[in-house]
Design a protein around this ligand. Sequence first.
Ligand code: PCA
Length: 327
Amino acid sequence: MKRRIFCATVPLIASLTFAGMAAAQTKWDFATAYGPGNFHSKNDELFVKDVDAATGGKLKITPHFGASLFKMPEIKRAVQTGNAQMGEFFLVSFQNESQIFGVDGLPFLVSSYDDAFKLYQAQKPALQKLLDKQGQILLYSVAWPPQGIYTKKPIHSAADLKGMKWRVYSPTTARIGELIGAQPVTVQEAELAQALATGVVDGLVTSSATGADNKLFENLKYYYNVQAWIPKNAVTVSKKAFGALSKAEQDAVLKAAATAEERGWKESKEVDAKSIAALKAGGMSIEPGSAQLKADLAKVGETVIKEWTDKAGAEGKAILDTYKAAR
Ligand code: PCA
């Protein structure tokens, strides 16, 4: 009798211990595309720490910065297929999958962070729905600083951009390149400094932050701070991985995500000012852009928005209408 009890207890203890260990050690990989010094990465790191603290170390998230686990264009799919439990990616890069991803890459639709946040709120329900269909949950989305133009030589109008080897990161930046007569070349941020150093590209649109992160002043001399649009990253989690957490852990993740979103938007503004100062200190000339350049870009912007609206249909129109009403 005694022996039988003993036998029954062993597997019970083993399974309890196993369950205990599994609960204590949920481990997630978080694939990101930008270097550890980038402000999105730092924000992600704080998110990870917050989750760690709130779950008493039960949910361990390992961030993989600088596209070390997956390259940026692969990250969304990696989360979708469960190859990474979490990922951060640049929304507008995925516009070919759905126009919804590209609304924050439309030129001159927003002219401030406040506008950008309103546009995000208008986009969010459709974005959440889209990501849900792709097996993931939107945790937080943070804006990059406004996008400006970097060149080697001074430019006075869009005509001066003709023939430029134009680094692009989205269907819209490629289309803008075509419209201004440049040669669009897709380059990921992780490979940007090298592409500039080797002459693969010699001009681009990006933020002050990416300019400073990559020391663009080593190869380029002018930054035209035209604030063309304010695009965002999204951080998502696999629905399956999230669903496997306890309710308390899920709440901890969502709470840390809300904090990260708020902190990230604030930080983005501060990073813009700091990065512009860093570009200047590196010898870059910071220009507002001539009236002619702005007028030329506005015209290109109108074409691009019209094309987007045609493709995005009723859902796209609804986002723009909601945004305009909130402005
Ligand atoms: N930097 C990233 C995305 C937008 C930005 O400001 C890049 O250039 O790829």
